[in-house]
Design a protein around this ligand. Structure first.
Ligand SMILES: [Zn+2]
Length: 463
């Protein structure tokens, strides 16, 4: 008479379809009796999901007993109780092969381990139960999305800066700080500079720790402060709590802070024209490099990690003075005012924001259609492309509009700006220059000419 072991497992399914372990055992015992198998051992793993890769001590014991010959048959309620990973299933086949075990019965259908069809079926069943498990986690994700789309509060833990711990009531004094920081960053000040100021003024963070650029960045980039609910970083709905700043400001902050041109580092902080100079001989971007003796310079760098020609070098101080003068002059020119007018920030940002939202919505809709298998993978991918292009274009334009808004207050008032220029933080100076100037082409120096030579420089204006 075959000596059978019964394997039962409680998984952590939460949707009510879970069979109690007692019911699994009862059904299996009846099945063994019907088959004329003697049940010699019961193996039960408690509340552990095989799918999540946790260890199952009794499953290991079952394999051991199969190897040693204590049992030669296995009864389970359904194959998904036994394995959920293909690797485990193959190991099980191996143990059965080496110890001559052929009997595997399940309440929902037997598998003949001796033939390929049976094994094939076991593999298919394994794949199906994995998919069901995936569907389950998809349902949980779906639920999270529904909550997000309804604008409901997410998460617990530390209260968000600007709000009380109910996450809905605004804290006026912190809201004021948020508004101030948003305006300063939109005006081109760096996160670092704003943070230092907050620290100096003794304004506390939520945790009581010191302000870090990352903390400030997270707050300012969040949809929360403009009363918008986020889901995986995307703004999905109007939230059930009030905003502190305007949604259009959030859109501009996001465009500004995620603009790759913005990435600053220590060097950029000392060099006003970083990334704004191009070699007139080879077209490469000049890099900053102090000369021996300490004078700052920009050079077309050659050698490891650099692809320049190495034939251009220009002293930083005089060139920077020249470019700043040119920028200030440009700010006062009538063409410039004309180019900038009609680029009013709020009026202009809105349509682009709508375009962004719409493109994102179309992408989500497509993903859903593909998820429902209504279109093929290649149809999905090719339908995505034009929308992604639209999305990228809209993001770029929004970033440009934002850049224009950096200048708003200075247009036509360059002499005021000139007076306070040297007191502005370098990041602010940089953002004003970069808003006006696309780049400057730097030509080679004239041999034997030692004075500053404006003919070497050809500015290309952005506006
Ligand atoms: Zn070059």
């Amino acid at each position: 008479m075959p000596r059978a072991g019964i394997y039962a497992r409680i998984s952590s399914d939460r949707d009510g379809q879970q069979l109690g372990v007692r019911r699994q055992l009862e059904d299996c015992e009846k099945l063994a009796e019907r088959k004329g198998w003697q049940v010699v051992e019961r193996y039960i793993d408690d509340d552990v999901s095989a799918y999540s890769g946790h260890k199952r001590p009794d499953y290991r014991r079952l394999l051991g007993d199969l190897r040693s010959g204590l049992i030669d048959s296995v009864v389970v309620w359904h194959l998904d109780r036994l394995h959920r990973q293909p690797k485990e299933l193959e190991e099980f086949f191996e143990v059965c092969d080496s110890s001559g075990v052929r009997n595997l019965a399940s309440v929902t259908g037997d598998v003949d381990l001796a033939n390929d069809d049976g094994r094939f079926m076991a593999r298919i069943l394994g794949a199906v139960s994995r998919k069901e498990s995936d569907d389950k986690s998809r349902r949980i994700k779906r639920k999270a999305l529904e909550l997000a789309q309804a604008g409901k509060i997410a998460g617990g833990g530390t209260r968000p800066f600007g709000y009380e711990s109910d996450r809905k009531t605004i804290r006026p004094e912190e809201a004021e700080v948020i508004r101030e920081c948003a305006h300063r960053v939109l005006a081109g000040e760096s996160l670092r500079s704003v943070c230092s100021d907050l620290i100096e003024r003794g304004i506390p963070t939520v945790s009581g720790g010191e302000w870090k650029t990352q903390t400030l960045r997270t707050i300012l980039m969040s949809g929360r402060i403009s009363g918008q609910r986020e889901h995986h970083g995307e703004l999905v709905a109007q939230a059930e709590w009030p905003g502190i700043i305007d949604p259009s400001e959030t859109a501009r902050i996001r465009a500004l802070l995620s603009d790759p041109e913005r990435r600053t580092n220590r060097t950029a902080r000392r060099y006003l024209l970083m990334r704004l100079l191009r070699c007139g001989l080879c077209g490469e971007t000049l890099v900053s490099r102090p000369k021996t003796g300490g004078a700052r310079a920009y050079v077309c760098a050659k050698g490891p990690n650099f692809s320049g020609c190495g034939r251009i070098s220009v002293l930083a101080d005089s060139l920077e003075t020249f470019v700043v003068e040119a920028v200030l002059y440009r700010l006062d020119s009538p063409e410039f005012a004309a180019a900038l007018s009609g680029r009013g920030e709020d009026v202009e940002a809105l349509p682009w924001q709508q375009e962004l939202d719409e493109a994102q919505f179309r992408l989500d809709e497509l993903a859903e259609t593909y998820g429902e298998r209504a279109i093929t993978l290649s149809e999905w991918l090719s339908a995505r492309k034009p929308i992604e292009r639209r999305l990228a274009a809209a993001k770029k334009l929004l970033a440009e509009r934002t850049r224009a808004s950096v200048l708003g207050e200075h247009v036509g008032k360059a002499s005021d700006l000139r007076d306070l220029w040297s007191d502005l933080p370098l990041t602010r100076q940089r953002s004003i220059v970069a808003a006006v100037l696309d780049h400057v082409v730097v030509g080679p120096a004239r041999r034997g000419y030692n004075r500053f030579d404006p003919d070497r420089f050809q500015p290309v204006w952005r506006v």
